[in-house]
Design a protein around this ligand. Structure first.
Ligand SMILES: NC(=O)c1ccc[n+]([C@@H]2O[C@H](COP(=O)([O-])OP(=O)(O)OC[C@H]3O[C@@H](n4cnc5c(N)ncnc54)[C@H](OP(=O)(O)O)[C@@H]3O)[C@@H](O)[C@H]2O)c1
Length: 302
């Protein structure tokens, strides 16, 4: 059993899942954790400070970390290891969503999403591996998405970033088990956070006014279908999401993939059981385009 308080690093703690997770871990009654709650902009720390008045510099340590910047990541881990001498858990939570017609997204926006959701974890994982390997222990929990396994319409950029995260994780997992380091990915469905609001910030640079009529109809049908997933069996609160992640942290030997909701589990299972990919395509068309009134070949076959 671990005697020392576990050193846990979480990225993206200003809002949403990261904020809920940092607060819950810092308030652990048994004080089992030293939580390094990081965010790219410390002027956004108010919600975290207000939720943890008695924990600051005791079980909670708030630090700056922008996952898109090499210097920021390197400085953070150098200082962390000077301060703690160890790292037990890394939660790669920072991320941005994007849902838009692919051909109208500026390439810089696509790069920015990959820089955050994929290269961010690349940097942080490389930041912790030498120490975790030396310790012969550690857990790396990558907050992925249903869309990291199941590609859905108009999420090409976001899905690409999470598929890349999943692929990297799947390759690392077997090597790292030889060092007693556990890599896990968590495929949330919908979590009630600021993610959609933050995604809208990226939409100011996306102009779909020249899109053809069929694409516009499909975007609308997809938007309506997505609204439904925000209340159904794949929807969770940020606190529920945080509790689920804490469950993984507390496991001695965490599994590789987790789907925290039934909806997410069912869609991932649909994908993984059919190697041809056709069941997944059919399921995506049924789920997202059922409401579309367009006479494309694929839809007329339904
Ligand atoms: N909400 C969902 O439905 C859902 C579903 C599946 C997976 N997820 C995943 O869950 C994770 C958390 O998302 P959320 O739902 O909690 O959304 P959120 O409320 O928008 O939180 C995202 C967090 O990431 C931070 N962030 C963005 N860019 C960053 C950067 N360059 N460096 C460091 N931090 C950065 C944000 O900081 P700022 O405040 O500075 O922007 C914020 O703290 C993401 O990886 C997301 O892809 C969410």
């Amino acid at each position: 059993m671990t005697q020392h308080a576990q050193v846990i690093v979480i990225t993206g703690c200003s809002t949403g899942i990261g904020l809920a997770l940092a607060v819950m871990l810092a308030k652990d009654q048994q004080k089992r954790y030293k939580v390094y709650a990081t965010m790219r902009n410390l002027s956004k720390r108010k919600a975290l400070d207000e939720a943890t008045p008695g924990e600051l510099d005791s079980t909670l340590f708030v630090r700056e970390l922008d996952v898109t910047k090499d210097d920021s990541v390197n400085t953070f881990f150098t200082n962390l290891l000077k301060e703690t001498g160890r790292i037990d858990v890394l939660v790669n939570n920072a991320g941005i969503a994007l849902c838009a017609a692919f051909e109208y997204i500026p390439i810089e926006t696509i790069r920015h999403v990959l820089e955050t959701n994929f290269y961010g974890p690349v940097r942080t994982i490389r930041g912790v591996l030498p120490k975790m390997k030396e310790q012969r222990s550690g857990k790396i929990i990558n907050i992925s998405s249903l869309l990291g396994v199941f590609g859905a319409p108009f999420t090409e950029t976001y899905a690409a970033s999470k598929f890349a995260l999943e692929g990297m994780s799947e390759c690392l997992v077997s090597t790292l088990r030889k060092f007693n380091i556990y890599v896990s990915t968590v495929q949330f469905g919908h979590v009630q956070t600021d993610a959609i609001k933050n995604m809208e910030l990226l939409h100011k640079d996306i102009d779909v006014s020249k899109a053809d009529e069929t694409t516009l109809k499909l975007i609308k049908a997809n938007d309506r279908a997505r609204q439904k997933t925000m209340t159904g069996n794949m929807c969770q609160t940020a606190d529920e999401a945080a509790k689920f992640i804490i469950g993984i942290i507390q496991e001695d030997t965490p599994k590789f993939r987790y789907q925290p909701s039934k909806g997410s589990h069912d869609m991932v299972a649909t994908k993984l059981k059919d190697a041809s990919g056709e069941e997944q395509v059919h399921s995506a068309i049924q789920t997202y385009f059922r409401a579309a009134r367009v006479s494309s070949f694929a839809l007329s076959k339904l």
